[in-house]
Design a protein around this ligand. Structure first.
Ligand code: CIR
Length: 254
């Protein structure tokens, strides 16, 4: 059984952090509706929803992926790179302690879950404006005894590693090569985003289906041509806050 941890959209989302997109007005009721539809998709794909209430004063709290890394053996509570987001983790730790032994990244480490790409026992970690080498070292010390290899990855011109690359099948990555060098992933099979859709590398594979933004039809076609089943979802309002499909949930085995 898969659990999908989510958090409702904050009424303050208009004050979100922005790095690579210009600020534009976010329609909060519409963002909420799109988020609910996203949650319904996760339920359709077999997840049991674990929804947290909105954090009225934490603009970015809907992007719950950034607060933790949940593995089969343990959960690691992150220390988000944006100081405005650090208070998001307490409520997540409270819930996750019921499911996993907890660890936490300590200062001076900073890391966002959006930079953490888990592939079996290999954990690729993007060195971004949010994630620093101190956090990578801590992650390695915590997870090496459990048999994980932590691989720091250089990225450029994007927010997180998972803006540049996500897993769409067991050994297949969807990638924007302008933002990450694919050689760092070893011999994984690669599907490139359509050049006209640079933000299209963020996809969420659940139960053999890929949840994917409606906004990127050309890349979606590439996925489908590769035999991948795609479930399109509209998160246009959350995209204005620089969010995608991975960042609105944390999915883990019960
Ligand atoms: C931020 O800048 O932190 C938010 N506005 C967007 C975070 C998106 N997170 C993600 O893709 N993992």
């Amino acid at each position: 059984m898969l659990i999908a941890l989510t958090r409702d959209v904050s009424p303050a989302i208009g004050d979100c952090e922005l790095t690579h997109v210009p600020r534009s007005r976010i329609d909060v009721p519409q963002a909420r509706q799109q988020h609910r539809t996203y949650e319904e998709c996760l339920v359709r794909l077999g997840c049991q929803l674990l929804p947290l209430p909105a954090e009225p004063s934490l603009a970015d709290a809907v992007f719950i992926e950034d607060t933790c890394v949940v593995l089969d053996e343990v959960a690691v509570i992150t220390r988000p790179g944006a100081s405005s987001r650090r208070s998001e983790t307490a409520s997540v730790a409270c819930v996750l302690k019921e499911y996993r032994p907890l660890h936490a990244i300590e200062p001076p480490g900073t890391i966002d879950g959006g930079d953490v790409l888990v592939h079996g026992k290999t954990i690729h970690v993007g060195l971004s404006t949010r994630t620093n080498p101190a956090a990578v070292d801590q992650l390695r010390q915590l997870l090496h005894p459990l048999g994980y290899t932590v691989n720091p990855v250089t990225i450029r011109d994007c927010l997180h590693l998972k803006s540049a690359a996500t897993l769409v099948a067991e050994n297949t990555l969807l990638v924007n090569r302008s933002w990450v060098d694919v050689a760092v992933f070893g011999d994984l099979h690669v599907i490139d985003v359509d050049p006209s859709e640079p933000f299209g590398a963020n996809a969420l594979a659940v139960s053999g289906v890929v949840l994917y933004l409606e906004a990127f039809p050309r890349t979606r076609q590439r996925l489908q041509q590769a035999g991948i089943e795609v479930l399109p979802v509209d998160l246009s309002e959350l995209s204005k806050a620089e969010g995608g499909v991975t960042c609105c949930s944390v999915i883990f085995r019960r």
